[in-house]
Ligand binder design. Structure first.
Ligand SMILES: Cc1cc2nc3c(=O)[nH]c(=O)nc-3n(C[C@H](O)[C@H](O)[C@H](O)COP(=O)(O)O)c2cc1C
Length: 344
């Protein structure tokens, strides 16, 4: 049904609106009698070979939903019925923030890509907590957090701290997006000295908590190697639990076709895969496999997913692949990984 009905709409119309309509339909389907059970029967698969323990959490399978798909954690209860092993909600900011005037999102079907300029539009952390409380997800939830778009530099650390502290009891793990700033541009937090300032407070806050929850950093595959290596060293030295690679990459002339190809936009989907894989391999080699990697960027098929694991990812996440292939991509990937006997 997704490929026949929603995919042509996502490709042609305002993708954000169609995406929201699809999520509302998913909610409707889970609320009719037996709806949730039927969805699970159709999409959810369990493979003992794909279960794994990581960061002290039991992942039923290694395929998650990437940040941005359910920014407010409004639908994660329903999205688990589609078979995801975990869901990353957000990116959330302490206060709600509306659509950036320059925001844009559209499919580029010829390149199996999605281009966007995204300013982390969301309804704020408190609203997300209400959704989680009212619709308790039956799986591992990661929260992606950042600071508000109009926060001055001296308030950035406080914003992260507020979002982190408020959410701490309601999610299982955290991802700090240090790739893209809420203004939709590359973040200055990719520089380790700026990152240090923010992370010091957060790691101290975490040390005071009753339970220690995993904290991961999300980086862009576009990062300069020396900058990335400094971040990796930082992660290993200060107890960051893992790294998410990565956020959408900057457009380059010739990377995608179509009339928007020269614009200053971020690209996700198929064109990202080679870059993401090479950064994952680099991280695995540089850290000797000591820093768990969540691979995201360009997984459009079961074969792509296998390549991510072979490159060194312990978990993967999907976004654009779901928009092109629909939710059955998750079950297809799991079946293929099981048949290949991929051991994490
Ligand atoms: C429309 C759109 C919105 C996104 N919003 C976020 C976001 O809020 N936070 C974030 O960390 N990543 C965000 N992303 C990036 C995705 O999480 C993912 O890293 C990227 O799309 C690459 O994966 P893919 O090729 O499977 O799409 C967004 C991506 C798209 C296409």
């Amino acid at each position: 049904m997704y490929r026949q009905f929603f995919r042509p709409l996502v490709m042609r119309l305002n993708a954000t609106r169609v995406h929201r309509a699809a999520l509302s339909l998913l909610r409707f389907a889970t609320r009719i009698p037996l709806g949730r059970q039927l969805l699970k029967l159709h999409y959810k698969r369990e493979y003992p070979s794909l279960k794994q323990e990581l960061f002290g959490l039991e992942f039923p399978n290694p395929v998650g939903l990437a940040a941005g798909f359910d920014p407010d954690g409004e639908y994660c209860g329903e999205l688990f019925a589609l078979g995801f092993g975990f869901i990353e909600i957000g990116t959330l900011t302490p206060k709600a923030q509306g659509r950036d005037p320059k925001a844009l999102s559209m499919a580029v079907p010829g390149d199996r890509a999605f281009i966007h300029r995204n300013g982390h539009e969301n309804k704020g952390v408190v609203n997300a907590i209400e959704h989680i409380k009212n619709n308790r997800p039956e799986g591992i939830v990661a929260a992606s957090i950042t600071y508000n778009r109009n926060t001055p530099d001296e308030g950035i650390s406080k914003d992260f701290d507020t979002a982190f502290s408020l959410l701490y009891d309601f999610v299982d793990m955290f991802v700090f997006n240090i790739a893209i700033a809420p203004q939709g541009v590359r973040s200055h937090l990719e520089d380790v000295s700026s990152l240090n300032e923010v992370m010091d407070t957060l790691l101290e806050r975490r040390a005071d908590m009753d339970t220690i929850k995993p904290v991961l950093l999300k980086v862009s595959p576009d990062m300069q190697t020396d900058q990335l290596d400094a971040i990796l060293l930082y992660c290993l030295r200060y107890g960051i639990d893992g790294i998410v690679v990565g956020d959408s990459i900057s457009n380059r002339p010739g990377m995608i076709g179509g009339r928007l190809s020269d614009e200053d936009v971020l690209v996700s989907g198929a064109p990202m895969l080679p870059k993401t894989l090479s950064v994952i391999r680099h991280i695995r080699e540089t850290t000797g496999g000591k820093l768990p990697i969540v691979g995201v960027g360009g997984v459009m098929s079961p074969e792509d997913a296998l390549e991510m694991f072979r490159a060194g990812a312990s978990l993967i996440e999907l976004y654009t692949g779901i928009l092109y292939e629909g939710p059955k991509l998750v079950k297809n990937i799991l079946k293929y990984l099981d048949s290949q006997k991929i051991k994490q």
